[in-house]
Design a protein around this ligand. Structure first.
Ligand SMILES: Cc1ncc(COP(=O)(O)O)c(C=O)c1O
Length: 371
């Protein structure tokens, strides 16, 4: 039998099925109130405890989490928001959707995250917020980012879509800025189908975000602020409640797979392995490695794919180089480390469905291809 190791795979069991059935039997599929239905409340409580934040607000995608956060923090047409270009389009699209302008910033080539040293040069009188992305599950350098934000009176929205369970200096991702945004799309470290959540310690902001999620209603049909329908359905929250219980074991399996990969790949001289230390702790959403410039990355990935390993290139076209952003005039941005990473890195699967034998198969394949 040929081997197939997918890049991501949701792990769902009988617990999720039972939990969804309970919702179906109850007939309560969605509750359009500020606080949401019983499953939403249960999911939010557990998520907030996990992130060690006061509030969690469940929404229907990670993209919605970003949109609701930007709206709640008052980002509007004409404002500017600092974002990386080396990310999924949602990070910048949600800024554009409000009529605001993304200010793209280069990455630190060691971590692939926003380089805090480049932020201040970008700030103008119209800049309102910074959105650091914790890419591939490694946190951006939040102390430096928060310090700059405080000096210039900017809001900080963590794009933690890929970083549930990641830690920075002993604190969890999602608890490192004004608000944190998560995605529960299948293939993330846990899933609700589609779905997302926002975490914050700010009571007033939490209430505003709950209202924005539900068309800005303070009470039924009293539209107090502008909002939309960003509600997560009860069935998704029911999946989330069970997935959160399993999250620690999922993350442990990812860490074991990453460790096993590293034990062998550290000896492949043409590779740079993912950065991690005691202060920056991965959730191992993806195991992302860099190839020496002399090696054609796409050929390596094609060969791994031919062996049944779904190695994948993320962000070969950084956001500012994509057609929409080129049309909007962003193509001339000078982001050399972003461009370099977009040509030289690729990711290997480390999700809990990857067995130790799969890991050994992957390291064998990488060694064979790279000599
Ligand atoms: C960095 C980043 N931001 C935002 C999102 C958007 O999340 P969703 O797909 O749940 O809307 C994703 C999802 O892939 C992401 O990776």
């Amino acid at each position: 039998m040929t081997r197939h190791i997918p890049i991501g795979k949701p792990l769902l069991g009988v617990e999720e099925i039972r939990s969804v059935l309970k919702v179906l039997e109850s007939g309560v599929l969605s509750v359009p109130s500020t606080s949401g239905g019983p499953m939403i409340q249960a999911f939010e409580k557990t998520l907030a405890e996990y992130v060690r934040c006061k509030h969690a607000i469940a929404v229907n995608s990670g993209t919605s989490a970003l949109s609701v956060s930007l709206m709640a923090l008052g980002v509007k047409a004409g404002d500017e928001v600092i974002v990386p270009s080396f990310t999924y389009g949602a990070t910048a699209n949600t800024v554009l959707l409000l009529g605001a302008k993304p200010l793209f910033i280069d990455i630190d080539p060691k971590t692939y995250n926003m380089d805090p040293d480049l932020i201040e040069a970008k700030i103008t009188g119209r800049t309102k917020a910074i959105v650091p992305v914790h890419l591939f599950g490694l946190c951006a350098d939040m102390d430096l980012i928060n310090e700059i934000a405080a000096i210039h009176g900017l809001h900080v929205i963590e794009d933690a879509a890929q970083a549930l369970g990641s830690e920075y200096k002993g604190k969890k991702a999602g608890n490192l800025g004004d608000v944190g945004c998560f995605s529960f799309y299948p293939g993330k470290v846990m899933t609700t189908g589609e779905g997302g959540a926002i975490t914050t310690n700010n009571d007033e902001l939490a209430l505003r975000m709950r209202m924005i999620r539900n068309h800005g209603q303070e009470k039924a049909y009293e539209f107090a602020v502008l909002g939309s329908n960003y509600r997560m359905p009860e069935m998704e929250a029911a999946i989330g409640v069970e997935q959160l219980k399993k999250l620690p074991s999922f993350l442990e399996a990812r860490r074991n797979n990453a460790r096993r990969l590293g034990e062998t790949l550290q000896f492949v001289s043409s590779l740079t392995l993912p950065f991690e230390n005691e202060l920056f702790k991965h959730n191992w959403y993806l195991y992302t490695i860099k190839l020496d410039a002399s090696i054609d990355r796409d050929t390596v990935v094609q060969k791994l794919n031919a062996d049944g390993i779904e190695a994948r290139v993320y962000y070969s076209a950084p956001v500012h180089t994509t057609p929409l952003y080129r049309r909007l005039g962003f193509a001339t941005e000078h982001l050399p480390f972003t461009m370099e990473a977009s040509k030289s890195i690729f990711s290997l699967p480390v999700h809990p469905g990857v067995s130790p034998q799969d890991v050994d198969f992957m390291t064998g394949a990488v060694k064979k291809i790279l000599g």
